[in-house]
Design a protein around this ligand. Structure first.
Ligand code: UDP
Length: 388
C-alpha cells in the first residue's frame, strides 16, 4: 500500500488535516481534488487586469484562536486590516455600519433620541453585549422593539430573503445570530483579535501547506473515480484500502444522492472590472439590505490590500437555490430539522466504516468559518494519530 491516508478535497479542512498527518503523523497522504486547483472556496488568483480576486466570493480570515493563527502563520504572512474588517449597508442612499451598533443608532435616529435609546439598550443588555436580532425583537420595551423593527426591516429582512429565499423567522437563528446588534461603538464586522487575509493571497498559503514530501495532490479527479464505498469497506482503485479516509465533499454525492439531494444555497458571482481607481469609496464590502437583487458588492483592492492596480474589480453576489446541475456550487447548507435528518440518514451509511472521517462545511453539512474549520481539522488529525 502506497498511502496511509486519503483526503478528499483540498480546501481548508483537507489541506490542514493532510499537512498535520504528513508532518506530525508521518503518514503518506494522497489528496484528491475535484477542481483543477487547490484551496477550495478560499481560492484566489489575479484576474485579466492583475487584480487579485476571490473566485468563490470574498473570504476573510478572522479568529481569536491563537493556535489556529499561529498554525496558518507558518504558511503565510498576513495583511491584517488596520481597523478590522468593516461593512456598511446601503439604506435609502446612505451607508450605515453593519452590524447595527450604537454608531448606526446615532446615524439613524436624531442625536437626542439616539442618546435616550442608547441608555435603554445599555441598561437592558449591558455595554458591549451582542444581541441577536430575533432576541431584540422579543423585548418587552416598546422603544427597544421599535429599534428592533427598524433593524429587522432595514438590515435583515430583504437581505435574508435574497440570501436564503426565506424570512429571518424561517431560517436557523444561528444564521442571523452571526451578525448580532452590538451594544457598543465597534464598527468592525467581526470582534476577533486577528482579521485579515494572507498577504500574497490564499492560494500561495495552500500551496505551502500542501508542499510536503509525504503529500501527493491529484487535481481534476472525482473521488468516485478512485474511491468506492462498498458493503465490505473502502476501495482505492479497486483494491481494498485499510488506511484512513477523510472526506470533505458533499456527503449525498458519495452515495449518488440515493435519499434525495441535500438542499443548499448557491451563488452566482458577477465580476466586473472598472476603468476607474475606486468604486466604493474605500469600502471593501457594501451590503444591499433593502434594494437590488444582489446581496453585496465586494471591491477586491480593499479586501486584499493590493495597491497599484490599473482600475478596480468588484463582484456582485446573486444567491439562488442549488439544484445540483453541472457547474453549480453548493455554498451554504440550509440548516433546519428536516435537512439535518436527511443528512443523518447519509451519515448513518458511513457509521460502519472503519477509519472514515467526515470533515468540513460540505461533509458535515454545517456553516463553518475558516478558523473553526482549521481548528476542527487540527483536532481531527490529533485524534486520528492517537487512534492509528
Ligand atoms: N444578514 C443580513 N443582513 C446583513 C448581513 C447579514 O440579513 O447585512 C443575515 C443574512 O441572513 C446572512 C446572515 O445574516 O445570511 C449571516 O451573515 P454573514 O455575513 O455571516 O454571511 P456570510 O458572509 O457567511 O455569507
Amino acid at each position: 500500500m502506497k498511502y496511509d491516508v486519503i483526503v478528499i478535497g483540498a480546501g481548508i479542512a483537507g489541506a490542514v488535516v493532510a499537512r498535520e498527518l504528513a508532518e506530525k503523523g508521518n503518514c503518506r497522504v494522497l489528496v484528491l481534488e475535484q477542481r483543477d486547483h487547490i484551496g477550495g472556496n478560499c481560492y484566489d488568483k489575479a484576474d485579466d487586469y492583475g487584480v487579485l480576486i476571490h473566485t468563490y466570493g470574498p473570504h476573510i480570515f478572522h479568529t481569536n484562536d491563537e493556535g489556529v493563527y499561529e498554525y496558518l502563520s507558518r504558511f503565510t504572512e498576513w495583511y491584517m486590516y488596520p481597523q478590522g474588517h468593516q461593512v456598511v449597508a446601503k439604506v435609502d442612499g446612505s451607508l450605515i455600519p453593519i452590524p447595527f451598533n450604537l454608531n448606526t443608532l446615532h446615524l439613524v435616529y436624531g442625536e437626542q433620541k439616539a442618546q435616550e435609546l442608547e441608555q435603554k439598550l445599555i441598561a437592558a443588555y449591558g455595554e458591549g453585549s451582542r444581541v441577536p436580532i430575533m432576541e431584540l425583537k422579543k423585548s418587552e420595551d416598546p422603544q427597544i422593539r421599535e429599534i428592533a423593527q427598524y433593524v429587522y426591516e432595514n438590515v435583515f429582512l430583504k437581505y435574508t430573503m435574497k440570501q436564503w429565499g426565506q424570512t429571518p423567522e424561517e431560517i436557523s437563528p444561528e444564521v442571523t445570530g452571526r451578525v448580532p446588534v452590538l451594544i457598543s461603538r465597534d464598527n468592525r464586522y467581526f470582534q476577533d483579535r486577528y482579521q485579515g487575509v494572507p498577504l500574497h493571497g490564499f492560494t500561495p498559503m495552500f500551496e505551502r501547506m500542501l508542499d510536503h514530501e509525504k503529500i501527493d495532490v491529484v487535481l481534476g479527479v472525482e473521488a468516485s473515480e478512485r474511491l468506492a464505498i462498498t458493503e465490505d469497506g473502502i476501495r482505492l482503485d479497486g483494491e481494498p484500502f485499510a488506511g484512513t479516509v477523510i472526506y470533505t465533499g458533499a456527503l449525498d454525492e458519495l452515495f449518488d444522492c440515493r435519499f434525495g439531494r441535500l438542499p443548499y444555497r448557491s451563488l452566482r458571482f458577477d465580476f466586473e472590472h472598472l476603468d476607474q481607481p475606486d468604486f466604493q469609496d474605500g469600502h471593501s464590502v457594501v451590503n444591499y439590505t433593502v434594494s437590488e437583487d444582489f446581496t453585496r458588492i465586494t471591491e477586491f483592492q480593499y479586501l486584499t490590500g493590493q495597491q497599484g492596480c490599473d482600475g478596480t474589480t468588484i463582484v456582485r453576489e446573486y444567491p439562488f437555490a442549488y439544484t445540483g446541475a453541472q457547474g453549480e456550487i453548493p455554498y451554504y447548507a440550509i440548516l433546519n430539522d428536516e435537512n439535518e435528518a436527511l443528512y443523518d440518514k447519509y451519515r448513518a451509511l458511513t457509521a460502519q466504516l472503519d477509519h472514515f472521517y467526515l470533515l468540513g462545511r460540505l461533509a458535515e453539512y454545517k456553516y463553518y468559518n475558516m478558523d473553526a474549520m482549521a481548528r476542527k481539522a487540527l483536532d481531527m488529525a490529533e485524534r486520528i494519530m492517537e487512534e492509528r
